[in-house]
Design a protein around this ligand. Sequence first.
Ligand code: NAG
Ligand code: NAG
Ligand code: NAG
Ligand code: NAG
Ligand code: NAG
Ligand code: NAG
Ligand code: NAG
Length: 664
Amino acid sequence: MYIGNQFCVFLSIFLYISGCLGENYDIDDSLGLGQTFDGIGGLSGGGATSRLLVNYEEPYQSQILDYLFKPKFGASLQILKVEIGGDAQTTDGTEPSHMHYEDDENYFRGYEWWLMVEAKKRNPNITLIGLPWAFPGWVGNGKNWPYDFPDITASYVVAWIHGAKKYHDLDIDYIGIWNEKSFNVKYIKLLRYLLDKRGLEKVKIIASDDLWEPITSAVFADKELYDAIEVLGVHYPGTKTVPRALKTGKKLWSSEDYSTFNDNVGGGCWARILNQNYVNGKMTATISWNLVASYYENLPFGRDGIMTANEPWSGNYVVESPVWTTAHTTQFTEPGWTYLQTVGHFTHGGSYVALTDQRGNLSIITETMTHDHSVCIRPPLRPYNVTVQNVTFNLKGTFAFISQLDVWHSKFDFKTDKTVLFQKLDPVKVIGGSFSIELDVDEIYTFTTITNGQRGTYPDPPPSAPFPKSYRDDFNVSGNFSEAPNFADQTGVFEYFTNLTDPGPHVFTLRQVVTQRPITWAADADQTISVIGDYAWHDVMVSCDVYMEAVQTGGVFIAARVDRGGGVIRSTRGVFFWVYADGTYKITNDLRGLAVLAKGSAGTRARTWYTLTLRVQGNYASADLNGYSLWKNAVLLNPLHGWVAIGTSSFQLAQFDNFVIEAE
Ligand SMILES: *[C@@H]1O[C@H](CO)[C@@H](O)[C@H](O)[C@H]1NC(C)=O
Ligand SMILES: *[C@@H]1O[C@H](CO)[C@@H](O)[C@H](O)[C@H]1NC(C)=O
Ligand SMILES: *[C@@H]1O[C@H](CO)[C@@H](O)[C@H](O)[C@H]1NC(C)=O
Ligand SMILES: *[C@@H]1O[C@H](CO)[C@@H](O)[C@H](O)[C@H]1NC(C)=O
Ligand SMILES: *[C@@H]1O[C@H](CO)[C@@H](O)[C@H](O)[C@H]1NC(C)=O
Ligand SMILES: *[C@@H]1O[C@H](CO)[C@@H](O)[C@H](O)[C@H]1NC(C)=O
Ligand SMILES: *[C@@H]1O[C@H](CO)[C@@H](O)[C@H](O)[C@H]1NC(C)=O
């Protein structure tokens, strides 16, 4: 609420009443400027976090993309960071590599290419970043380590950057090393050398997407390394930097942050760190993990995205509060603007930043988020107090003659649900270079000379609905994506496959293509597995045609009540029905295949199609092979519910067709 400015001045001069004007804060560029602002972004991947977005139908898919990327509409993101798929589990699934094998290259797999193209369509200025989490096994020559052959790893990464340009006309601006893992000095130098040699001088290196140390010490110790790196990127810095990092003179970025459930506390977390990453840590870019929660909610870190779009089958999506928190900064700045030195904390809690385009424009963003309404997932947040307060901003230097500012306001209300997000208020008059305002708790304001901010809106999407109980896929589509709708690979990669020499009914199939354990980021299973459906399903029939290509070691499964995904995929339980190329079958209670419920002879072999059917009802389960019962009414105690899945017994080629689910 605005305060009668003149009246207050009168009172304070003549009656000396403190607390009327409140505290004064100068906004001044005459003393010099702060750091260059590099933008606010979202991270797709790390891993498979945009998996379900690509399966949305129009107009919903375009609407979601507009809320994320369209300038002056919603989040209006300034940076898009994507995972360079490495065929391995990287938190909520696996993302396919552009080179599954040493002699393989394909720049149309997965959805990150598509996403970058869609983001660029909306905002040609968006900054693009690529970062590997994992690598195909051949990059390490079978060892779980990417630095033994640094020239191979660097060529692999450079190939991805070239592919982006050649096939999608995308210029990658920044490239990272190895997400949250060790860096290697020789590798970083080699990567820089190779980028320069292959005409990619403009692609800058971020290191090391982990903690402030040891990368900070490493750049001090080595001039060539210092020159090779453009940005020190850290993860979850808790708004703090270390003095040594500041002394490097490098750009400091929070290159992964947020990771918080996207309710209003999540929106508050995001508001607090967007301001305070600069105020406390002089970080000039902040990137949200993740961009959009487009993965099954029961996978790890469900709904930790700027918005939620995890129901392609219904079309439902939710524009969550972090979208509008982001808009408070992104709609009124551009990368290349400069922070003022006059940024800081308010006396009674909260913070403010001010940025300018150095051509007279000014945007001030304030946040007064209370502790409990802005806790992020990590690191721990020390207690602090915020109370309602009057503040006066005194505009000086270039800004002394500004006469009014546009005002955008959000207030999180946790008591009565009267939350307002990104509302345009009447402009504030700046009188004699000053304006005053009463800041309540849990508010965000933007005061700005930029007059074309906009709260974008579309009609409500269709209502939320559960995954269809009756579902089938014959994989006969040759679409723009390599993966079949709604399948969420958790180890291995399952791709559409066309066998033009097959005269029969299995020309179009889904094929597991990873044949060697990748250089992992998480603890991938030793089996491959892709999950689909509703985590709440208990009674379900699943049927699928299967084809083992591995003659000696072939083994495939279908499963129900699969209770875990993501980084804990190794310990997943469920009911797994396996057949093997050696002529046996097995029913197990776990993916590892150790808890055997039944086993026997099935007469199965490689390079023959079989139809597997698994029925789970109450405490009973049964399995059929080609319509004949192998196993019946066995007692099954848990898990009680979970997804449906398909997979293989090791990293091997196998195909799937005519997939059917009937759930109750
Ligand atoms: C892209 O950046 C240029 C230079 O800052 C600016 O003039 C232009 O408006 C920007 N375009 C969009 C779509 O934001
Ligand atoms: C502010 O930015 C706008 C473009 O958004 C530009 O037209 C204007 O000249 C800039 N300067 C001032 C003082 O508003
Ligand atoms: C916050 O305020 C309460 C009540 O006034 C006080 O007891 C507490 O010490 C304060 N906490 C901090 C961190 O200042
Ligand atoms: C802020 O100033 C207004 C107007 O003088 C006054 O009514 C209000 O009580 C003040 N608020 C605080 C928290 O001091
Ligand atoms: C594939 O993408 C193109 C161009 O983006 C589009 O016109 C076409 O409809 C898409 N095809 C499918 C099957 O989605
Ligand atoms: C393709 O189909 C032919 C004919 O059925 C078969 O011999 C061949 O093994 C199939 N290839 C693959 C990779 O499945
Ligand atoms: C799907 O493709 C198979 C060949 O793989 C063909 O036999 C079948 O008829 C197709 N199904 C439909 C619905 O077109």
